[in-house]
Ligand binder design. Structure first.
Ligand SMILES: Nc1ncnc2c1ncn2[C@@H]1O[C@H](COP(=O)(O)OP(=O)(O)OP(=O)(O)O)[C@@H](O)[C@H]1O
Length: 235
């Protein structure tokens, strides 16, 4: 006999489509409309049900449909992006051509520019947080660590130094954040530059280094090593 469907609010839970540092992501069906959505289940009740994404409307930012708080989890209801993350894309297909990296980054910049115009700093830009639709539209996601920019974002509540995400995000962090001088819009652009390297080469900058050695280079070098075969316009 098949299992009883699991529902959360008016959503029927489907298969798991991913897992991040804070919990799992499921495909789900809106039982009122038949729309397929993504539900990000966060284990603890945290700041992740952010107002930041709730007030955003942009084609290059993942749509937020609300949240359902259950006894155990916070369930964030999001637009379902069939292509998964660009991290998934490079894992499945390998490194991406310069032209396609350009197309992806152009769209990401449009979303980021909108976000910055709303005084929001994303603070966790990386290929794992760029989702794509089946037609190749790129959308910024994962606003759990975003903050309103109030002149200078402090380290408080920063993803960068949390024990869980520390190991995941380290290679994308801007030098000023490592040296505890706070994140600004420019820090997002730095992380996006690291993401360009990640998409183009298939791995994050300093990927093969130990964390202490990567941190040393990130703070002391002008920029991460640039891909040897990149055309001059990138360098
Ligand atoms: N809206 C969505 N549509 C489709 N797939 C999604 C969606 N949101 C997340 N995913 C999938 O689930 C995976 C995990 O996402 P999640 O945001 O939980 O973690 P992450 O960004 O990969 O890592 P971290 O939580 O450490 O930042 C993503 O890599 C992606 O493959």
């Amino acid at each position: 006999m098949s299992q009883e469907p699991r529902t959360i609010g008016h959503y029927q839970l489907g298969d798991s489509i991913g897992r991040g540092a804070y919990g799992a992501v499921y495909r789900a069906l809106d039982i009122h409309t038949g729309q397929v959505v993504a539900i990000k289940q966060v284990i603890t009740e945290g700041e992740d049900k952010d107002d930041v994404i709730a007030s955003t409307t942009h084609p290059n930012i993942v749509k937020y449909y609300g949240y359902v708080q259950t006894e155990k989890d916070l369930n964030i209801i999001l637009e379902y992006c069939e292509g998964g993350s660009l991290q998934n894309t490079i894992s499945k297909f390998g490194q991406i051509s310069e032209k396609l990296v350009g197309i992806f980054i152009y769209q990401t910049l449009a979303g980021l520019d909108y976000l910055h115009s709303k005084e929001v700093i994303h603070r966790d830009i990386k290929a794992a947080n760029l989702l794509s639709t089946k037609s190749g539209i790129v959308k910024l996601s994962d606003f759990g660590t975003s903050r309103l920019y109030d002149g200078k974002v402090t380290m408080a509540g920063s993803p960068y130094w949390g024990t869980l995400s520390y190991q995941y995000n380290i290679k994308f962090i801007a030098p000023e954040v490592i040296t505890m001088n706070g994140a600004t819009r420019a820090s997002d652009i730095w992380s996006l530059g690291c993401t360009v390297i990640q998409l183009f080469t298939g791995e994050a900058p300093y990927q093969k280094m130990t964390v202490p050695s990567a941190l040393f280079h990130m703070v002391n070098n002008d920029c991460p090593p640039l891909p040897q075969n990149a055309s001059p316009v990138i360098i």
